[in-house]
Design a protein around this ligand. Structure first.
Ligand code: NI
Length: 169
């Protein structure tokens, strides 16, 4: 947080199934896995492209975590399906050691393409919807603290959730 590249609007990806794209994705998956993240957007590693990855697989370290399919989402478009908003705690690999309570659309449709150019079109709810909105925000220069309504609900993870092992996006 504070790096100007995180505050810019990222550019659309125009070439699919290209070596540079596959190399970038390999780098992003390495970064996400090494930091135990649930998602990562290209601007978080300094690349201004509309490309995010996310996913949560079954893991004994996080027995209560909602599973989200491992996904590469390029040039995403999000459409809220209802007006319902839901508050939930978020963390971010670009805002290390902190959590905040963030309102998100409870139900969304998201569309885009994978790295091969294949269309993705899913309607999702809950944590899956939250992760997609968090990652897509990164492509528009928005970090989750900018969406917090009550700044009393923003703080250090170790103060808010002592002893808990939480994942960031
Ligand atoms: Ni993030």
């Amino acid at each position: 947080m504070g790096d100007a590249r995180l505050l810019k609007r990222a550019e659309p990806v125009s070439e699919f199934d290209a070596p540079q794209l596959h190399a970038l994705l390999a780098d992003m998956f390495d970064t996400m896995r090494s930091m135990n993240g649930a998602g990562l957007a290209a601007p978080q590693i300094g690349v201004g492209l509309r490309l995010v990855i996310f996913g949560v697989e079954k893991n004994s370290r996080y027995p209560d975590a909602e599973e989200v399919p491992m996904t590469v989402l390029i040039n995403p478009v999000i459409t809220p399906l209802t007006t319902e908003m839901e508050e939930g705690w978020e963390g971010c690999l670009s805002v290390p050691g902190m959590r905040g309570l963030v309102p998100r659309h409870a139900h969304i449709r998201y569309q885009g393409r994978d790295q091969y150019g294949t269309q993705i079109d899913r309607s999702v709810s809950g944590f899956h919807a939250r992760v997609v909105q968090h990652e897509t925000d990164h492509l528009d220069g928005i970090l989750y603290p900018m969406r917090i309504r009550d700044m009393a609900k923003f703080g250090f993870t170790e103060q808010l959730f002592p002893g808990e092992d939480l994942r960031d996006e």
